[in-house]
Design a protein around this ligand. Structure first.
Ligand SMILES: Cc1ncc(C[n+]2csc(CCOP(=O)(O)OP(=O)(O)O)c2C)c(N)n1
Length: 330
């Protein structure tokens, strides 16, 4: 852990990472009980990226996330109770219970959407950043995506557009080494995300994505630069997800000994706890943080499970209406 961060700030990150992990553990329990339907993509092991990048954004900054976006969304300040209701498909959910895990948006905190279409959030981020540039204020956009996303077209299109128009957007490649069941290095030419960004003129930095202090240091500098109008940047954060691709995926395609070793050596929550202990924080207080996170998220899950499903009359509210093809033909 880098010594760039004081114990109070590190404790804030620790608590946020515990809350993210507890949220997902409760969501997984809900999925096992078949009360959360649809895929849950846990970000367990990747919490330091959410904490180190997203918690340094302003509330009015914009955020675009992926199919693995609970941590990013919580770090942006979205209401965890509404998020849990959304996962449970209940009234009171962030999107009225009609979106689920992969489609959470909460415009009140600048969270423009999780996205199940790999890489699509990158071009949306460029569009949102262009809107901010036209508005002429100093908000910025942060867009997080996986390493698999860099092998799709919108990565080049979005980064190129942002670079050409010098847009206020911070791209963050959250590199867990896998794209679903495929080891990403086996399908990626060249040196990957940072090299590709630099090839079109975007400054890029690679960072240990399991070290929340390191992520914070790099992202604070990047956010300041982007906010100052100096154009887009990319952060390549190397991390590791503990679970298979979804909560229903045992991940049998990954070598068990590699998974066990990386969890033992790289878990950001354990590393942060150890850094706090070395800084003199009483381990009992750190245990209390964990208990508080679990109690909070368990309470939200119990609340969500007791809520009614959305009213059928509202099924067509808040959906795009382009008219029926029959009407348009006449
Ligand atoms: C356009 C598109 N193609 C394929 C998929 C199926 N799919 C879902 S997640 C995923 C892998 C994404 O890998 P990565 O971007 O590295 O994110 P990770 O799941 O590792 O966090 C794929 C191929 C999809 N959702 N969208």
């Amino acid at each position: 852990m880098r010594p760039n961060i004081d114990a109070d700030r590190l404790r804030e990150h620790y608590r946020l990472m515990l809350r993210i992990r507890a949220f997902e553990e409760c969501a997984i329990e809900g999925a096992v009980e078949k009360r959360v339907l649809g895929a849950i993509h846990p970000s367990i092991g990747q919490e330091a990226v959410a904490a180190g990048v997203v918690s340094n954004l302003r509330r009015d900054d914009r955020l675009l996330s992926t199919h693995r976006g609970h941590g990013h969304t919580l770090a942006k300040g979205a209401d965890p109770r509404a998020m849990m209701c959304e996962l449970f498909g209940r009234a009171g959910g962030s999107c009225g219970g009609k979106g689920g895990s992969m489609h959470i948006a909460d415009f009140s905190v600048g969270m423009l959407g999780a996205n199940g279409v790999v890489s699509a959030n990158i071009t949306i981020a460029a569009g949102a950043a262009h809107a901010i540039k036209l508005a002429g204020d100093d908000r910025i956009v942060a867009c997080l995506f996986g390493d698999g996303a860099i092998n799709r077209g919108p990565f080049l299109e979005g980064l190129n557009w942002a670079q050409v128009f010098q847009l206020p957007v911070l791209f963050v490649c959250e590199d867990n080494g896998w794209a679903a069941t495929t080891r990403t290095s086996t399908m990626t030419g060249g040196d990957g995300a940072a090299a590709r960004a630099r090839s079109i003129g975007l400054p890029a930095e690679t960072v240990n994505g399991n070290d929340v202090g390191a992520v914070e240091e790099v992202s604070r500098a990047a956010i300041a630069r982007v906010r100052a109008g100096e154009g887009p940047m990319l952060i390549h954060a190397i991390t590791f997800r503990h679970t298979g691709h979804t909560s229903a995926d045992p991940g049998a395609y990954r070598p068990a000994e590699e998974v066990a070793r990386r969890i033992a050596e790289e878990d950001p929550v354990a590393a942060t706890r150890e850094a706090l202990r070395l800084a003199g924080v009483d381990p009992a207080a750190l245990d209390a943080d964990l208990a508080a996170a679990r109690a909070e998220m368990g309470g939200h899950a119990a609340f969500a499970a007791a809520q009614p499903y959305p009213d059928a009359d509202g099924a067509f509210d808040d959906v795009q209406d382009t008219g029926s093809p029959r009407e348009m033909a006449y």
